[in-house]
Write a protein that binds this ligand. Sequence first.
Ligand code: NOJ
Ligand code: CA
Length: 725
Amino acid sequence: MKRIFLIFSFSHLLIFSLVAQTLQSPDGHFAMHFALNGQGRPTYRLTLDGQEVIGTSGLGLELKKEQADRQETFDNSKHTDAATIDQKADLMTGFALRSVETDSHDETWTPVWGEESQIRNHYNEMCIRLHQASNDRDMAIRFRLFNDGLAFRYEFPEQKNLTYFVIKEERTQFRMTGNHTAWWIPGDYDTQEYAYTESRLSEIRDRMQAAITPNASQTPAGPTCVQTALMMKSDDGLYINLHEAACIDYSTMHLNYAEETHTFESWLTPDARGDKGYLQTPCQSPWRTIIVGRSGADILASRMTLNLNEPCKIEDTSWIRPTKYIGVWWEMISGRNHWSYTDEATSVKLGQTDYTRLKPSGRHAANTKHVKEYIDFAARHGFDAVLVEGWNQGWEDWFGHEKDYVFDFVTPYPDFDVKAIRDYAAQRGVKMIMHHETSSSVRNYERHLDQAYQFMVDNGYPAVKSGYVGNIVPRGEHHYSQWINNHYLYCITKAAQYHIMVNAHEAVRPTGLCRTYPNMIGNESARGTEYEAFGGNTVEHTTILPFTRLIGGPMDYTPGIFEMDCSKLSPTNHSRVRSTLARQLALYVTMYSPLQMAADLPENYERFLDAFQFIKDVPLDWQRSLYLEAEPGQVVTIARQDKHSQDWYVGSAVGAGGHDTDLRLSFLEPGKKYEATIYQDGKDADWERNPQSYVITKKKVTAKTRLKIHSASGGGFAIKLKLEN
Ligand code: NOJ
Ligand code: CA
């Protein structure tokens, strides 16, 4: 039911007395208090059962004064305070209330794929319409209060005095109530491929330098800037998560921390000129989200990010399918083989290099014979698809030159027979997954996109893994600015026209857009398994990702490594995968994704076929998900029911301390018998000393069964619970 209150404000006194507004969540536990402060600046405050979660925090934006401050905008360290902003640039203060609209919404929708087959979207809404008399401008702030937290966004109606405008900075604040514990990665305009730091908020500045482990792709945003989704826990046990939803035609938000007040403020990604957004009314910002719970499980169970996105815009979704795949990949990542065809050429110019005259290195993995072996393996073990990287010309000289012509996405190396592979895979019922490394030459990719997608359709590739390694070309643009965020979405929508599913690596971290465009079946956008071959991920990494990166959508984490010692693949690679084998199985349950890779080499799976069985069995699409244990850095245990049967699967990933789980199977259907197959760490398992020690047991269980399972340091377990007839 929609209600509108019109406010007639003739004097400031009247304004301030009338503008305090309160919105309650449907269950009455949360309250959002809106007010205009003494400067006419919009503010909000959030409480849970009367306890403050977010203290009074300012809202608004600072615009760029046309021409005048074009030079100074890049220097973000000079954050002006509200009092000193030029009047024309001020979209923060001097507001009066025009009207308040309230509404409520309760609907259940059906995702194309997901952690649940039905999702409830239930909230109370308040839209505060504001008028700024000094500039005769209007702005609205729309709040939605759910039973699991608050979201709000700015809306800019079409109007005479605000048509085109440039954002200098969004000035949304999130005032924390104390020095919470946080799990964070440095704010960065180009990468999220960082390890997480667990620290008090007050330690962010001191620990920033150590958190920025050098990597050529980084552009750190500032000494107190962190990325979202940011996970926090207060000393009195509140779990708080800050992120954004539906980031469309807008740049990605980081959060800058002010120690004195425990306050985060939005810090948008600049473009090459230092500007942070070009907008044209009518338009809106993405949603700013504050998910709050009394347990870590509440955060993982939240569907707020998806709910804030628009319903599916793709009419026929029959071609969008969860996909389990293997790939010609880990052998290159680990250093055993190469993406490139030859070692001979040092500089290759696409279309002008006659590869047939060059000497093959003998280590080019994407050759027809080898790819057919992968297809055979996929067919034998029931995988949907095979990814092949390094199939196309250009890999000899692709990285770090910021060239605009590296790949054309249609020209194979001479030893990769596109048609033969197409037919071979089709005969065996296996799909192919295309690889488009754009080398961040974004314009080059856009120029080739139609041709590249048509090539996929013609040759049996219903999905593409794209990648954005290196600096964005044109020079100076960042991976998360408005322009390239629009590029990522352009690829998704264009791919949909060709019935192609997209999994972009190094692209912006997701904000729930997969609800609207479910052909976006994956993203990397965090430190994935590849880093296990580049020195190793931290032991607790996969116990943090569900609370951070996965809040926005599924990740192509590429688990399933069974050989932890990389020197066994490539003698000069001394990296170790920091996980037990049992935990690698658990990740298929704990790291939700409709796209899952079994990333290791077939030869390593042949050595452990009994454990491999879990990867073959585990579904990719679910009816229900229950979050049984959820402490960032320590443990994530999730039970999920298969979408297409009555079977359940449980996964548990554990950090460095090891963990004892008391698993009650009360979620099983009462009175029914299930056969449990339990894959757990062996007694002597330890990620460092004995990662391949595991035990598989089978037993009959019911809803009354309690299983006590010990997981090793960096360990975990996976269980299949099959309903008996
Ligand atoms: C980085 C991606 O994350 C990785 O999966 C890929 O193999 C390389 N880029 C090469 O494109
Ligand atoms: Ca990557």
